[in-house]
Ligand binder design. Structure first.
Ligand code: S3P
Length: 441
């Protein structure tokens, strides 16, 4: 894909359904009793991998574009898959499904692409093993392929060293099949879709965030406050009707485009703004961005709003602490905004970036450097000295969808032509990414 700079992005758009919520609809619907009807599902490669895994375990799932019908077979209705479950590029599929598989009376094997098979799985193997699960890394490198055989699970009280919704969700899902109570504490609150949605499905689940009055406030001030979620096994989960909100992680690219591209005004409709996901909105404001939430409402237990952005002169900021898990997937595009902002932006406490689809500290700083930006990687983030024009360059995405999309936005404000290598990798989370621009020209 070759892109050049542009001005005047104007119009109203929607973005596809939320990836994290789409995965969970399929997983929870499969182990619920009765029908789960999903609208605005994200038909990206990652979520399709989740559908494929549950079909292989005997669940009838009808999918047509963004509508999905899941014929759940109850907590104990999954069947042994005859073949390896192929999870593709999807960390969410791998880690969440492992929690469910650990509680099944059959053996299973999970494997993904080269990127997935090099991502750390010790973080789920350790707590699952403590719960009595039998899970091993086939190549003994603490990565997938993973091999899971039946175990007798019991609840644990686990203190996770990282704020990771994938780890938390894996343990809570195993907790559905464990004797007693399973509790996970994380150093700050990661996305809480599992807690919210499992409750809607009828699970006996509770969550608590430190001594805060409401979990609706996630900001740098609460960084020392822990978040806890507990689950107890229940007899049954019940199928639901779910309308998936637009994915704020996909909206992020158009928020950045609206702020950076001259003479722009973009209204992004129907975006999920759950506070455990919406840290980028705060950062945009902190950087001086003209951004407003309109028509705020609640859809199926999740806060939703329309987001209006207009071209703004941004300035640098510091992003650190408890806000990091609420914007972890948006850091590549925030880094692009920082490159265009006056002054210095420092990103700290984000070592988790190293274990995403690529090492995003490296892929972001290497590609920003290639575009002429003065940026330095650090152990847990990066320091970006912004405010100088970016130059068109060849972007090495290393097949990371978020790098392809973030640097497509950089290309819109860079001098000359930018070539995004392997831009088809956007299919992982946003197959229609390049089409959405047509609504803005
Ligand atoms: C996800 C959680 C995050 C995020 C990923 C999706 C989820 O990962 O980066 O894209 O759906 O639970 P971690 O929980 O490992 O930070």
């Amino acid at each position: 894909m070759e892109l050049t700079n542009i001005s005047g992005l104007r119009g109203e758009i929607t973005v596809p359904g939320d990836k994290s919520i789409s995965h969970r609809c399929v997983m929870f619907g499969s182990i619920a009793s009765g029908l789960t009807e999903v609208t605005n599902f994200l038909p990206g490669a990652d979520c399709l991998a989740t559908i494929d895994c549950f079909r292989r375990m005997g669940i009838e799932i009808e999918q047509s574009e963004t509508s999905v019908l899941i014929h759940g077979r109850g907590l104990h209705g999954l069947r042994s898959p005859s073949l390896t479950l192929e999870v593709g590029n999807s960390g969410t599929t791998t880690r969440l499904i492992s929690g469910i598989l650990a509680g099944q009376p059959f053996e299973s094997k999970l494997s993904g692409d080269d990127s997935l098979n090099s991502r750390p799985m010790r973080r789920i193997m350790e707590p699952l093993t403590q719960m009595g699960a039998n899970i091993s890394s086939v190549l003994r490198n603490d990565c997938a392929p993973l091999y899971i055989t039946p175990g007798h699970l019991h609840g644990i009280d686990y203190s996770s060293p990282v704020a990771s919704a994938q780890v938390k969700s894996c343990i809570l899902l195993a907790g559905l099949y464990a004797e007693g109570t399973t509790t996970v504490t994380e150093p700050s609150l990661s996305r809480n879709h599992t807690e919210l949605m499992l409750k809607e499905f009828g699970a006996d689940i509770r969550s608590f965030v430190g001594n805060m009055k409401s979990s609706a406030h996630v900001s740098a001030e609460n960084e020392k406050i822990c978040a806890t979620a507990s689950i107890r096994p229940c007899k049954e989960l019940y199928g639901q009707k779910i309308m998936v909100p637009g994915d704020i992680s996909s909206a992020a690219y158009f928020i950045a485009a609206g702020l950076l591209v001259p003479d722009s005004e973009i209204l992004i409709q129907n975006v999920g703004v759950n506070p455990t996901r919406a840290g980028m909105l705060q950062v945009c404001k902190d950087m001086g961005g003209d951004i407003a939430l309109l028509n705020e409402r609640c859809v199926g237990g999740e806060p939703v709003a329309d987001i209006l952005v207009r071209t703004s002169q941004l300035h640098g900021t510091t992003i650190e602490g408890g806000i990091i898990p609420t914007l972890i997937d948006e850091i590549p595009v925030i880094a692009v905004m920082a490159a265009m902002a006056d002054g210095t932006t420092t990103i700290k406490d984000a070592a988790e970036l190293k274990v995403k689809e690529t090492d995003r500290i490296e892929t972001v700083t290497d590609n920003l450097n290639a575009m002429g930006c003065d940026v330095a990687p650090t152990e847990d983030g990066m320091v970006i000295h912004g405010g100088h024009p970016l130059q068109g360059a060849t972007i090495h995405t290393l097949l990371d969808h978020r790098i392809a999309m973030a640097f497509s936005i950089a290309a819109l404000v860079a001098e000359g032509t930018t070539k995004i290598l392997d831009s088809h990798c956007v299919d992982v989370s946003y197959p229609t990414f390049y089409d959405t621009f047509e609504g803005l020209l």
